[in-house]
Design a protein around this ligand. Structure first.
Ligand code: MG
Length: 301
């Protein structure tokens, strides 16, 4: 019997910058692998354990792509996608997506049909939902900057109907509320492991803010860390509470005390990242036209 293995993906040496000894505890492969290159502006990586695949968005090309962990193949998952940006998998294994084109947050059901979870606030259309996370209480939290309506590059150019770019919560019963209304353009967001804190990027302000989560509400919101390489986009936390953030030079890693402890430099602007694989110890990174993976000793939250 002949066993044919998949060809190894192209790789580059992991270009690490250690700024603090605490980053040395995080060991990873010598190489980061390029799983795909051929998108236009990739975003929204979400690892689906049940399907053993990574779903990600190619926003200007109006499609969702799927990298299969078993075969290594990348195929089209949905086209047109409605200019989907951020994705996540909810506690029941369903795909939750931010559609910039339809200005809504949608859920893909088990039978493939789609349910709109949020599209309007008080009768006015949302701007263009950007990134989304789920809470264990069944609520869904997302950000709503205007990147999908300021031009037709990654959505449909249109007037902004809501006065501002807010952070929202969709309650389990579907009720939509504003949880933060003092952002310029909120973008990536992530809960801490115990869900007591929510981190939210304000992209033009070039920083991450940290809130305390009190049931359905947020308090605090102080600046957690500034961006020292362009602007932040997506963020994720690992199980030790470290914050991993997409920047223009690669991935920055912050200790929970706010110290930038290290970097993984990459050739292109990084838009977003997520932990995946069966052990959540594989960091998937979307960077402009490509998707990278780095196996490391830290595990996702
Ligand atoms: Mg984003």
């Amino acid at each position: 019997m002949t066993i044919t293995l998949n060809p190894a993906p192209p790789r580059i040496r992991a270009d690490l910058v250690v700024l603090d000894d605490r980053f040395r505890k995080i060991a990873g492969d010598e190489y980061v692998e390029c799983l795909y290159d051929g998108g236009r502006w990739l975003e929204g990586p979400a690892y689906a354990p049940a399907w053993r695949c990574l779903i990600f968005s190619d926003i200007p090309n109006d499609r969702l792509l799927r990298w299969d962990e078993v075969s290594g193949q990348v195929t089209v998952f949905r086209e047109p996608s409605g200019y989907v940006n951020g994705n996540t998998i909810d506690r029941a294994g369903r795909l939750i997506s931010c559609s910039q084109g339809n200005r809504s947050v949608i859920r893909t059901e088990y039978d493939g049909t789609r349910t709109v979870l949020a599209s309007h606030l008080d009768g006015r259309r949302l701007n263009s939902p950007n990134d989304v996370v789920v809470h264990s209480d069944g609520s869904i939290w997302f950000t709503d900057p205007p990147y999908g309506i300021t031009s037709s590059y990654e959505g449909h150019a249109a007037e902004q109907e809501i006065d501002g770019c807010h952070v929202y919560r969709i309650a389990p019963d579907g009720e939509l509320t504003v949880v933060a209304d003092d952002f310029t353009r909120p973008n990536g967001l992530a809960f801490s492991r115990d869900e007591s804190q929510l981190y939210v990027v304000d992209t033009p302000a070039k920083h991450i803010r940290r809130f305390d989560v009190e049931g359905e509400k947020l308090s605090g919101g102080e600046v957690f860390a500034p961006c020292t390489a362009g602007m932040f986009d997506g963020i994720r936390l690992d199980g030790a509470g470290r914050i991993w953030a997409a920047t223009h030079e690669g991935v920055h890693c912050f200790d929970p005390d706010g110290t930038l402890i290290g970097k993984l430099l990459l050739p292109d602007i990084v838009s977003n990242l997520t932990f995946g694989g069966p052990k959540k110890n594989r960091l998937f990174i979307t960077a402009t036209t490509s998707v990278w993976s780095w196996l490391l000793t830290a595990n996702g939250a």
